[in-house]
Design a protein around this ligand. Structure first.
Ligand code: SAM
Length: 283
């Protein structure tokens, strides 16, 4: 046992937390597993943790039992609040719960540096938050690491290398700004109810500066256009970006007949710089 609180199965039953599909509720069942996830970011005793979507609190308990200095948990479902209050009582002054939508709340007011983010979220909210966390106005970001549970397929898209179907905007954005790896994979049975697919925990640590220089807006526009029509040759998919695109592609070391999937991060960044330079010259 990681703590003296009741087992998760009992918490879910006592508080009537019948999982709601609309909120993407697949709850982790095993506290040893949640403690293991909580260890992925390393020693948290000198850190605050932002947990998004604590639900009945399995991961919250893992984080607190593993010694996190403080946890700020943002949960949309009011039904979970009494269960979370019991955890707060067992760990005095170490858990703050905010009831609301994580997409609408600025957590930084409630946290002190260093801040690690840990979450098991519905994948659509998870990807939206990941993109936001990777595109703040200033870099390095407010967080020191992200430890995020996703469907396996989404996790694969974050860590993908050129040459396959999983490679695209998410891989390029994440790997431009951070070191990324899959830290753990979980079978459907780890959750209640079991989802249809496997899951994986992705760990991201931010680089001090993006891996290659490029203007973020131009980089993002080029990558979006390239993968919007990923089966087309780049001279066609990027035609709208510049009338001189074939030439600019060649300058970046890219054959105009290449497809987006074949181009690595370094060359996308080079292309973004060359396009930005050409646009600056042409006014
Ligand atoms: N962390 C718990 C666990 O691992 O057992 C629950 C995980 S469950 C996959 C996702 C949780 O996120 C649910 O408790 C759900 O109510 C909550 N949630 C869904 N959308 C949310 C949002 N926009 N903001 C905050 N919490 C959200």
């Amino acid at each position: 046992m990681i703590d003296d609180l009741p087992p998760l199965r009992e918490v879910i039953a006592t508080h009537g937390l019948a999982p709601k599909k609309a909120l993407g509720q697949n709850f982790l069942r095993d506290l040893n597993l949640t403690a293991k996830i909580a260890r992925i970011p390393g020693d948290l005793s000198q850190s605050d943790v932002l947990e998004v979507g604590p639900g009945p609190g399995g991961l919250t308990r893992g984080l607190l039992a593993e010694g996190a200095r403080r946890v700020l948990a943002i949960e949309k479902d009011t039904r979970c609040l009494p269960a979370l209050a019991e955890i707060g009582a067992a760990y005095p002054d170490r858990l703050e719960v905010l009831n609301g939508d994580a997409l609408d709340i600025d957590p930084t007011q409630h946290l002190s540096d260093p801040i690690h983010i840990v979450a098991n979220l519905p994948y659509n909210v998870g990807t939206e938050l990941l993109v936001r966390w990777l595109t703040p106005t200033r870099w390095p970001p407010f967080w020191s690491s992200l430890t995020l549970m996703f469907q396996r397929e989404v996790a694969d898209r974050i860590v993908a290398q050129p040459g396959g179907k999983a490679y695209g905007r998410l891989a390029l954005l994440a790997q431009w700004k951070a070191d990324v790896h899959i830290a753990m994979t979980l079978p459907p049975e780890a959750f209640s109810p079991p989802p249809k697919v496997h899951s994986a925990v992705v760990h991201l640590t931010p680089l001090a500066t993006p891996r290659y220089p490029a203007d973020p807006a131009v980089f993002s526009r080029v990558v979006a256009a390239a993968f919007n029509q990923r089966r087309k040759m780049l001279r066609a998919s990027l035609k709208g970006i510049s009338p001189d695109i074939e030439n600019l592609l060649r300058l970046a070391g890219i054959a105009p007949t290449d497809r987006a999937e074949q181009i690595d991060l370094e060359r996308f960044a080079a292309l973004a710089r060359i396009i930005a330079g050409a646009q600056a010259r042409n006014g």
